[in-house]
Write a protein that binds this ligand. Structure first.
Ligand code: MN
Length: 426
């Protein structure tokens, strides 16, 4: 199924008056305070976040998985779901494929479908954290870091195959996340594991097309519980630097120990021109994969404050690959993703309201109170009418969740696909 512009417009009509009232009030006061509202709307419209192909079905935990019914069971259906998200939110104009879960069977057809829905192919993700059917070697004790050259070679070849698949679809980046590490002291030689990983990544890097990027993701623990080879941004940055100019660090919000100052990591990576990609989610305890902005919205705003500063001041960074990396255990995945997209846009809009000139002056004066006031002045602004206005300009919904529910999208999907479908990889 798809959601048509006409359906969205009909829904919007009911809310237009209320929207215009709140929008005009906000736009007026922002303009009086020196903000360029049209520029903010344009930035919001341009900001597109990739939806990973594994996020459209109900996820689960190691204890259980509860289906949401009507889940997409093919890549075509997954792209259809992203099309629905994009029609409503105008923010989900890209897909990030996970290989081997989502290898296209017909490249031409899948590209045409994505084109029709205005969806681009963003970074492709390799998978060496689980064994594939009929694979010769096992990743039980690591992939790119493995002590066995045969295992490392198989993992390298897999990454090269993923680049090949992405290249046929128009992707321009490979994201590598490794589960490699150890669960017990003494299991691994740290230096050997790190050096093997570097050497393997260099081989993958040499297989990158000219206009591609290699994004190196890090994570402190899990599935290994004693050590992870690429445990933090420092390890990722060293590996990226060891590969070359086209290799960058990728920050996943959930891949930090509790209370890590992620905004500072983002700032320093941008200063060094080494921030390449970003995975959004939220968490309370670990890599919880919760809806973006559901637990720590202020932290998300502070991160966006650095991102906005970096985008303006650090042209040495590439255009960032933005992706939602979340799992949906108890919510309808599409509703969860709509909430995440809204939270991302909200944090971005608020960050654009920070008066950078005044902030710099207050920092020069060491006026700590003023610095906090300036950040919180922006954070406390209700920017939702700006988001709605940006969506309206391109035919999106004033209130995407409401429209999704009123159009009975999930019921329609269940009618089309039935109750027993399971998304690949889940
Ligand atoms: Mn991630």
């Amino acid at each position: 199924m798809n959601v048509t512009k006409q359906q969205i417009q009909d829904e919007n009509k009911k809310h237009l008056d209320a929207h215009h009232n709140s929008y005009n009030y906000l736009a007026d006061s922002l303009t009086k305070n020196g903000h360029n509202v049209d520029h903010i709307l344009k930035q919001l419209s341009d900001f597109q976040v990739a939806i990973p192909s594994w996020a459209l079905g109900a996820g689960g935990t190691r204890f259980g998985r509860f289906s949401f019914y009507g889940e997409p069971s093919t890549l075509e259906q997954k792209i259809d779901d992203i099309g629905i998200l994009h029609s409503l939110t105008q923010t989900a104009g890209a897909v990030s494929l996970h290989i081997p879960w989502d290898i296209p069977s017909d490249y031409k057809a899948i590209k045409e479908k994505a084109d029709q829905l205005d969806i681009k192919f963003d970074a492709v993700n390799s998978n060496t954290f689980q064994d594939q059917t009929n694979a010769k070697e096992s990743y039980k004790f690591g992939s790119l870091s493995n002590t066995s050259k045969a295992v490392r070679d198989q993992a390298i070849q897999h990454n090269l195959d993923v680049i090949d698949i992405g290249n046929k679809l128009g992707s321009k980046a490979l994201t590598v996340w490794l589960a490699d590490g150890s669960s017990f002291p003494g299991q691994n030689n740290f230096q050997t594991a790190f050096q093997n990983t570097q050497d393997s990544l260099i081989e993958i890097y040499q297989g990158l097309p000219q206009d591609w990027k290699l994004l190196v993701e890090y994570k402190p623990y899990e599935p290994n519980f004693y050590s992870t080879v690429i445990q933090d941004w420092g390890a990722s940055l060293m590996l990226a630097n060891g590969c070359g100019d086209k290799a960058y660090t990728l920050v996943d919000l959930g891949h930090h120990l509790p209370n890590t100052n992620i905004e500072q990591i983002v700032a320093i990576l941008q200063l060094k021109g080494k921030l390449g990609g970003f995975h959004f989610n939220d968490s309370k305890y670990g890599d919880d994969d919760l809806t973006v902005g559901s637990i720590k919205p202020y932290a998300l705003f502070l991160i966006f404050n650095e991102l906005v500063y970096g985008i303006e001041n650090n042209p040495q960074n590439p255009d960032l690959a933005w992706m939602i990396d979340a799992s949906h255990n108890i919510k309808d995945p599409l509703e969860d993703l709509i909430q995440s997209l809204e939270a991302i846009q909200e944090a971005y809009a608020k960050a654009m309201l920070v008066d950078q000139v005044a902030l710099k002056a207050a920092q020069m004066d060491n006026d700590v109170v003023k610095c906090q006031e300036l950040l919180q002045e922006a954070y406390r602004t209700d920017v939702r009418p700006l988001l709605a206005a940006a969506r309206l300009q391109t035919g999106g919904a004033i209130n995407p969740i409401n429209s999704y529910r009123l159009l009975s999208v999930r019921d329609q999907l269940i009618k089309e696909r039935g109750k027993n479908t399971i998304a690949t990889g889940l």
